[in-house]
Design a protein around this ligand. Structure first.
Ligand SMILES: Cc1cc2nc3c(=O)[nH]c(=O)nc-3n(C[C@H](O)[C@H](O)[C@H](O)COP(=O)(O)O)c2cc1C
Length: 203
């Protein structure tokens, strides 16, 4: 197993002129600076075909990126007290790739900072057998937090919260990666054991 955990960052908005890009750029910059993770970026905008359907080719790539991930970070805005529909479409289009992995959140919005979207996402991810971590980064009135160059005005507090969230995410990601690895070995051993028992009975 490689030392570095694989984190897939998933963008939540596909809206024209989305703030999601600024928030995600900040997150990717912080993660890259830590030099502790292998990173991939999933953008649901890449999925949409002009017909409104999902591109199967892009979907295959996303499935394999999410399958290789040890943990997820979802960057989500709040739309009408929930999270955007394209994010739900992406989540629902994939199944086992989410299982037994942790998920953290970076949210943004108006007064709630996107926390109501996060609370709903936690429920969705339980159904997908993902473990959501307690701490999350949240930008209240997010459009005021970035300057005209897209740079975050106040860096310290979000960075501190991000580190706390990454601490929890890494713990769960390592523990579950190990458990998935041992589970495969255990199942293989059980199957070998079964084959042996069957051979003994036949003999
Ligand atoms: C359709 C829509 C609904 C929204 N509903 C909420 C809301 O319920 N609560 C909130 O705090 N902000 C709400 N907002 C503000 C967004 O969270 C904010 O504009 C954010 O930047 C949107 O993300 P995006 O620019 O990446 O698409 C809403 C924005 C839109 C477009």
């Amino acid at each position: 197993m490689s030392d570095k955990l694989n984190i897939a960052v998933i963008m939540g908005s596909t809206r024209e002129g989305r703030l999601c890009e600024r928030v995600t750029d900040w997150l990717m910059g912080e993660l890259a600076a830590l030099n502790a993770f292998r990173l991939s970026l999933i953008d649901p905008k890449d999925l949409c075909e002009p017909s409104g359907g999902l591109s199967e080719l892009v979907m295959q790539g996303i499935r394999s990126e999410l399958g290789a991930a040890d943990a997820f970070i979802v960057v989500t805005p709040e739309y009408n007290h929930s999270f955007p529909a394209p994010l739900k479409q992406l989540i629902d289009s994939i199944s086992s790739e989410w299982h037994t992995k942790p998920v953290g959140f970076v949210s943004y919005g108006g007064v709630s900072g996107g926390l109501r979207a996060v609370e709903q996402l936690r429920q969705v991810f339980v159904e997908l057998q993902s473990a959501s971590v307690r701490d999350s980064v949240c930008f209240i009135n997010a459009w005021e937090q970035f300057d005209s160059n897209g740079v975050l005005r106040e860096q310290e507090r979000p960075r501190r919260t991000l580190l706390k969230m990454l601490d929890q995410l890494s713990w769960w990601a390592s523990a579950l990666k190990q458990a998935r690895h041992e589970d495969v070995r255990h199942r293989r051993l059980s199957q070998d054991g079964m084959a042996l028992r069957l051979a003994c009975q036949a003999g």
